[in-house]
Design a protein around this ligand. Structure first.
Ligand code: KG4
Ligand code: ZN
Length: 356
């Protein structure tokens, strides 16, 4: 059965995993994550230099631990995979150099993986993964996109955010409310017993130059400003902010927007399957509403497993196995890293004449 050792170091989570294809199913044999969140929290966000250093320290231990747990060595692997784009260049470099070195030492193919392709592949780690065609809502700290995955696996972007990603909005609003980084889990915790209807907030539509709105696009900057104005006006009245209600109202409006536009996108295309992946897909309210409203509107909703929504290496392994299975072969050992690369260009990572 094809097996890969996969590494993820694109941002502030160092991760390693052994992932295997077993009778058509993608199985996680072992996976570990060393989160740096607490260290970055002191600075209110990710400090790239610190992230790279921590990856250098953590990665050898994580690789040793997953191989031990799997009872295997690099020699047993069919390939070594690492995220090479998009992300923080110094951070990506750690996983890429480690992966290429292990691959070269053991005479194994190296596979450079696109981070967003890995998020998309995370749904294959669910107990009953969907078959294309479907629409994916990719909702993370850097991206909020609706992507059509065709029967042949081809990708087409149908919607996107014109400013902040949803996760970025969670992080910035959390900071405004004095909550910890990362903002998503902090807002979710504060919102649990809050009143989601207390503060009316805007749903951020993106106007078309010819009139009307882009139906599947997002904008979170107006919502952020509305939260700022609300907090300023509440502060003028009292020192104590109604944190729970503010967090719940914010979380609810983000959930409403994501659910409405994603389901509309599916239904307009007569597709009956929606997939949701990425860090924000870990949000409990979002998961509940997406499933409930999908059921009501005849759309079958497939969520990435909770453990594989935020950055991890199991999804990197799943993406690499997907490429292996589809006959894409290996990346060049000279493939470097890139801060940006389009998702549609994921195949560019597998030539012997690398683009970066
Ligand atoms: O996918 P991810 O780990 O990294 C990127 O590729 O961006 O996503 C991180 C983002 C952060 O903005 C974080 O605040 C958000 O996902 N996030 C959440 C939750 N858990 C993580 N947002 C809302 N609710 C959550 N439970
Ligand atoms: Zn990510």
């Amino acid at each position: 059965m094809p097996k890969v050792l996969a590494l993820e170091t694109s941002c502030d989570e160092s991760a390693a995993a052994v992932v295997e294809l077993c009778a058509g199913r993608t199985e996680v044999v072992a996976h570990r994550i060393a989160s740096q969140v607490e260290e970055h929290a002191q600075w209110g966000g990710v400090v790239p230099e610190i992230a790279s250093r921590r990856h250098v320290e953590a990665l050898p231990h994580l690789i040793g631990a997953v191989l031990d747990e799997a009872g295997q060595t690099v020699a047993d692997m069919d390939a070594v995979a690492a995220t090479v784009t998009p992300g923080l260049v110094g951070a990506l470099m750690v996983g890429s150099v480690t992966g290429r070195t292990l691959a070269a030492l053991h005479g194994k193919p190296f596979m450079g993986v696109h981070h967003l392709e890995a998020h998309l592949a995370s749904v294959r780690l669910a107990s009953s993964p969907p078959e294309p065609p479907y629409v994916v809502l990719l909702v993370s700290g850097g991206h909020t996109e609706l992507i059509l995955v065709a029967i042949d696996g081809g990708l087409q972007r149908l919607g996107r955010s014109h400013d902040d990603a949803a996760g970025e909005a969670f992080d910035k609003v959390a900071r405004l409310l004095g909550l910890a980084y990362p903002g998503g889990p902090a807002i979710q915790a504060a919102a649990r017993d809050g009143d989601p209807k207390r503060f009316p907030l805007p749903k951020g539509r993106v106007s078309r130059p010819e009139g009307g709105f882009y139906p599947y696009d997002f904008s979170f900057s107006g919502l952020k400003t509305a939260m700022l104005r609300q907090v300023e006006s509440l502060r003028a009245q009292s020192d104590a902010l109604p944190l729970e209600d503010l967090a719940a109202s914010f979380e609810q409006v983000v959930v409403d927007v994501l659910v409405e536009r994603s389901l509309r996108c599916c239904l307009d295309r007569s597709l009956s399957t929606l997939v949701m992946v990425g860090g924000v897909a870990a949000n409990v309210r979002l998961r509940r509403h997406m499933e409930q409203q999908g059921r009501e509107r005849g759309v079958s909703v497939h969520l990435a497993p909770l453990a594989y929504c935020t950055d991890n290496a199991a999804m990197v392994g799943a993406a690499a196995l997907g490429r292996l299975q589809a006959g894409w072969g290996e990346s060049s050992i000279r493939l470097g890293v890139s801060a940006r690369w389009p998702l549609e260009g994921g195949g560019d990572l597998y030539g012997q004449d690398p683009q970066f």
